[in-house]
Ligand binder design. Structure first.
Ligand SMILES: Nc1nc2c(ncn2[C@@H]2O[C@H](COP(=O)(O)OP(=O)(O)OP(=O)(O)O)[C@@H](O)[C@H]2O)c(=O)[nH]1
Ligand SMILES: [Mg+2]
Length: 318
């Protein structure tokens, strides 16, 4: 008999990290009745049940294929563990529709100590679009945030993926290739929203990485984004820049109004879940994105994601 959503939620509330695999199995399940169990899980880890917002720092890490995300996460997890923080990583794998990327075989995996019980890593299937999050990923991130100190959601993409990941993450780190001008152009033209932290990888390449860092820093200042830090890291041994990266992520978290950010994230998640289920027709039935968000904006702040999704379903049906 598999664990119920309510039971798993209780274990997470008690800080039981060993519940993580069963939580992932549940949110990815297609078995009959699984939806009610997922709702029960999310209800059991809602701020109402927790007596406040979930403890974790939810960090989004996003960047183009081959930029060095997996290598970076191996080092970042090591740095957090040295600080005794428990870490869950949900790596959204776009491989089903991969168009180029790190050359096959040139792809690093996130490397962690398999005996370390306070680290949980899982690949998850992508949502509809490149960089898109599946409802299961949002549910997993919300649930695991009740038990882990850090929950990372990693996605592949550039220019769009940051917007989706901002729907679940407290802090979004965009990972940039040294010498790659895409992000600079996207930022300047306003295609891309300003990330919370920018990370230039492969700092061991020297000049080119330092130059990218300076250019990005200058571009951000000219856009008036004085608070976005640009950090350069190298994930090759001996790794460098990771204490600085952790400090930049922490500083962003400390600057947040976490209650407001999480409330916004729950509302955005509910709408995304609704659209995943009912498609564009559903969105139109609500009078479009803007009026759907307006409807969510007047709901009780204590409602969890499934309850907010039901509000949308009732509105669309009436
Ligand atoms: N020189 C150098 N190479 C790196 C560094 N980080 C990663 N690489 C190399 O870059 C390649 C891609 O690294 P990954 O960590 O797999 O990059 P990724 O962003 O996870 O790639 P995808 O999963 O395909 O999107 C590998 O060959 C890595 O060895 C770094 O800091 N310095
Ligand atoms: Mg990777």
């Amino acid at each position: 008999m598999p664990a119920t959503g309510d039971e798993l939620g209780r274990r997470l509330r008690d800080g039981d990290l060993s519940a993580a695999p069963a939580v992932l199995n549940l949110v990815e399940s297609r078995a009959p009745g699984h939806k009610d169990e997922i709702d029960a899980l999310l209800h059991a880890v809602s701020p109402a049940a927790l007596g406040g917002e979930a403890r974790a720092h939810v960090v989004g890490v996003t960047g183009p294929p081959g930029v060095g995300k997996s290598s970076l996460l191996s080092e970042l997890v090591r740095t957090w563990r040295a600080d005794r923080r428990s870490v869950a990583v949900l790596a959204v794998d776009p491989s089903s529709k991969r168009s180029g990327g790190a050359l096959l075989g040139d792809r690093a995996r996130i490397a962690v100590d398999p005996a370390d019980r306070a680290v949980f890593i899982r690949s998850m299937a992508a949502g509809g679009r490149l960089g898109g999050l599946a409802p299961a990923t949002r549910a997993a991130a919300h649930a695991l945030a009740a038990a882990f100190d850090v929950v990372v959601v990693e996605t592949v993409g550039v220019g769009q993926s940051e917007t989706e990941i901002a729907e679940v993450a407290d802090t979004v780190a965009v990972v940039v290739q040294p010498g790659g001008g895409d992000v600079l152009q996207f930022l300047k033209s306003g295609i891309m929203e300003i990330p919370d932290v920018l990370v230039v990888t492969k700092a061991d390449l020297g000049q080119v990485a330092q130059r990218s860092r300076r250019d990005l820093h200058a571009a951000l200042r000219s856009l008036g984004a004085r608070d976005t830090e640009v950090v350069a890291v190298s994930s090759l041994a001996p790794a460098t820049g990771f204490d600085e990266l952790v400090a930049a992520l922490d500083a962003h978290r400390d600057s947040l109004d976490i209650t407001a950010r999480r409330l916004e994230a729950r509302r955005a998640s509910a709408l995304a879940d609704f659209v995943a289920e009912h498609g564009e027709r559903g969105r139109r039935a609500l009078g479009g994105q803007r009026s759907a968000l307006k409807l969510l904006g007047v709901q009780d702040a204590a409602l969890d994601v499934p309850a907010l999704t039901r509000v949308l379903e009732e509105a669309a049906a009436s």
